[in-house]
Design a protein around this ligand. Sequence first.
Ligand SMILES: NC(=O)c1ccc[n+]([C@@H]2O[C@H](COP(=O)([O-])OP(=O)(O)OC[C@H]3O[C@@H](n4cnc5c(N)ncnc54)[C@H](OP(=O)(O)O)[C@@H]3O)[C@@H](O)[C@H]2O)c1
Length: 336
Amino acid sequence: MTTKTSKEVRLGATGPTVRRIGLGAMGMSGMYGAADDAESTATIHAALDSGVNLIDTGDFYGAGHNEMLIGRAITERPREDVVLSVKFGALRGPGGTWGGVDNRPEALRNFLGYSLQRLGVDYVDIYRPARLDPNVPIEDTVGAIAELIEAGYVRHIGLSEVGVETIRRAAAVHPISDLQIEYSLISRGIEAEILPVCRELGIGITAYGVLSRGLLSDSIRPGTTFEANDFRAHSPRFQGENLDRNLELVRALGEIASRRDVSVAQLAIAWALTRGDDIVPVIGARKRTRWSETASALDISLTAGELSAIESAVPAERVAGERYATAQMAMLDSER
Ligand SMILES: NC(=O)c1ccc[n+]([C@@H]2O[C@H](COP(=O)([O-])OP(=O)(O)OC[C@H]3O[C@@H](n4cnc5c(N)ncnc54)[C@H](OP(=O)(O)O)[C@@H]3O)[C@@H](O)[C@H]2O)c1
């Protein structure tokens, strides 16, 4: 038996229809070191030309840079060809400092006003708080986005990195299209409780970190170091011995990938696509070459035997290091 991937799905019971893979634009604004705007723009165009419509951003990616880049890239495209997913709430200072989270209704109305200007659009498709604000009940945040839907500025409400209690409370206020959360061969935490609750409530999953920030690919070598402003310079899974141990798992995956004549990244994406039609991987890329490799994963079918070989190659207990550094883990409602 082999798995067959549908090319389009509805996000949750009430969300927009999207291609089975989305483009994550975060890396285009410095999160993984320097990026080139012209190549980033060409990557967005390549993704849209290949039929991908979901583009994920955050107003805090490059403190507005990411939204302006996307806004310029889609200016000539019919608005309905793009599903814009925008996160808000994370506060930035000059020089890229991080300053906590603000999900108050008056703050998010302000954030959205600026996002619409930067993106050059009059509505966003999915609007979501990037993290739970411990000082603001989720009901207030979701209720305020629901008012923006009424006013025509937003189409759907999404969530990000929240746990089951918050998901239930949010969904009681307004239908939720999708939860954006890390999910990959080496980050399977959602399978125990979060995924079943989302399925019960008709909430889709937009999975990020499917390549574990590039770790699940052929591109990271033992001893690879990163620029200080690259997320991976501080990510536990990319440090010293942890990296060495994790690369052993990647090597085991590489053997399976080469038997199928695909790359490790393609195998990791193809695996995620088999986890359910309600899971849409949002893959980060800032170069066309990367994107074309990513997009080809849609055509890979895996047999039951290959799936079990893949899962045995990367047992969860052998993954070294948490998915975020300690201070960032503490901000994840999904990890409580
Ligand atoms: N809600 C949240 O809390 C949250 C958190 C993080 C990210 N996100 C969203 O999810 C998106 C995806 O997540 P992500 O970018 O962190 O993780 P990811 O997709 O696991 O990894 C992206 C990294 O993988 C590399 N890559 C992509 N294709 C590759 C290939 N074929 N071979 C080798 N390397 C490859 C990229 O390299 P290049 O950069 O060189 O192309 C990039 O460094 C983000 O862009 C963002 O929109 C959401």
